[in-house]
Design a binder for this molecule. Structure first.
Ligand SMILES: C[S@@+](CC[C@H](N)C(=O)[O-])C[C@H]1O[C@@H](n2cnc3c(N)ncnc32)[C@H](O)[C@@H]1O
Length: 252
């Protein structure tokens, strides 16, 4: 699994962008004191920490299928119940939570409709299910320069642009197919300044996610070619990467 990696590698690769989305997704979900909330696909805990800040650790539960991420999320969020589980098979009774969230997870689910339906099952009636996914379909995610260079190297590369939920409107369609109602869609944005090209590039070499797996499958010459093409496509340092995510919320 491309998420069976050290939490530190994830932080440097994607966590640096996902921490910027977390407060926005919590706002979209209407998270407020007194609620019990589940974070699905928590990773090392970017969204989990925001939920703890708003609700307190004892009101937050988190799950992820990656063992190193579960360990990191537990260590970083003492008092949160963090379990190893997938969205499609959540180990909770019906109606356990006021809100269930999944940040940057739906496109990695084996069965997104089943995963979202399971999130709805564990959410109380009229509670909120909310999710967000990068706009890989519109090439507005944080990895767009990387995938542009990768497509030039290998036109057949799987650049995440065809994954579920990553094109405009599809996340809402998936929530509807999962049986949610009163669906609202939104866009979230994150802007991050990169001090140097090397700081931007190095995390791609750590095997995280589809991009990291792609780099790991290249020989040294191809990696150098990809790296230098990325360098030529990016602005002079320091530069800002601004990324858009599709988001949607519905009621169980
Ligand atoms: C891009 S990371 C997002 C992590 C975290 N939510 C964040 O925003 O930083 C995707 C996460 O989804 C998890 N994941 C993959 N398939 C999953 C599934 N079927 N159910 C739940 N989580 C899944 C991965 O292990 C990984 O932690």
């Amino acid at each position: 699994m491309s998420f069976d990696v050290a939490a530190d590698a994830y932080d440097r690769f994607m966590g640096r962008y996902s921490v910027l989305l977390a407060p926005q997704l919590a706002d979209l979900a209407g998270i407020e004191a007194g609620q019990r909330v589940l974070d699905v696909g928590c990773g090392p805990g970017a969204l989990t920490a925001v939920l703890v800040g708003r609700l307190g650790a004892s009101s937050v539960t988190a799950v992820d299928p990656s063992e190193p991420f579960v360990a990191a999320a537990r260590a970083r969020n003492p008092g949160v119940d963090v379990l190893r589980a997938s969205a499609e098979d959540l180990p909770f009774p019906d109606g356990s939570f006021d809100a269930t969230l999944a940040q940057l997870v739906v496109h990695f689910m084996a069965d997104p409709v089943a995963g979202l339906a399971e999130m709805a099952r564990v959410t109380r009636a009229d509670g909120v299910v909310a999710a967000c996914v990068w706009d890989h379909g519109g090439h507005q995610g944080p990895l767009r320069i990387f995938w542009q260079a990768a497509r030039e190297l290998d036109p057949a590369v799987d650049d995440e642009s065809h994954l579920p939920g990553v094109r405009e409107g599809h996340l809402g369609e998936l929530l509807a197919a999962a049986g949610l109602h009163d669906i609202e869609e939104a866009t979230l944005t994150s802007s991050l300044e990169h001090p140097s090209f090397e700081e931007w590039w190095e995390p791609f070499t750590r095997g995280v996610g589809p991009a990291g797996s792609f780099v790991a499958g290249l020989d040294a010459g191809q990696q150098a070619q990809l790296r230098e093409r990325c360098r030529s496509l990016l602005p002079v340092s320091p530069f800002v990467v601004t990324a858009t995510a599709w988001a949607a919320r519905g009621r169980a």
